[in-house]
Design a protein around this ligand. Structure first.
Ligand code: DQA
Length: 149
């Protein structure tokens, strides 16, 4: 089963960006961690990051067309992009929204995500481990639903 792990703006800077908030794991390490977790779970994991909103929209359209599950960290777009939310609403397989930090314990403008209402579930505040947990959930969900994982 193909799962897209999609990351929004500035997440390519992980490891050097506000390490007190986002931790020391680099984006390259995050990619390896997701791919390795996918291998353990029998998932074909494709990890991508972009700072260009139209590119993320294209990837979400691709996932919708393929009926693929998505783990999405929309980053700052979480808080205001109706376009990202609308693209997420087109997905046919589960969508897990992930935030590395606990957005509810931070500035007020981060407390609301416009994506959450169209996500299957949300993980936030568990660091990069949230991505692993999201993949684990998608694999067990696919097993329960009888899809090949
Ligand atoms: C984030 C939280 C967002 O508020 C922020 O804009 C990000 C990362 C997180 O993973 O904690 O870029 O989505």
């Amino acid at each position: 089963m193909r799962v897209y792990v999609l990351n929004g703006p500035n997440l390519g800077r992980l490891g050097t960006r506000q390490v007190d908030v986002y931790g020391m794991t680099s984006y390259a390490d995050l990619v390896s961690m997701c791919v390795e977790t996918g291998q353990e779970l029998g998932l074909d994991v494709v990890v991508r990051q972009t700072d260009a909103e139209h590119e993320l929209l294209g990837w979400l359209h691709e996932a919708a067309d393929e009926g693929a599950a998505v783990v999405l960290n929309p980053a700052a777009w979480s808080h205001y992009s109706i376009a990202v939310r609308d693209a997420c609403a087109m997905l046919r397989a589960p969508l897990v929204e992930v935030h590395i930090s606990n957005i509810h314990a931070r500035e007020e403008f981060r407390h609301h995500s416009v994506v959450s209402a169209v996500a299957t579930g949300v993980i936030c505040g568990l660091g990069v481990d949230g991505y692993r947990l999201a993949l684990r959930h998608l694999a067990s969900r696919a097993a329960v639903e009888g899809r090949s994982a």
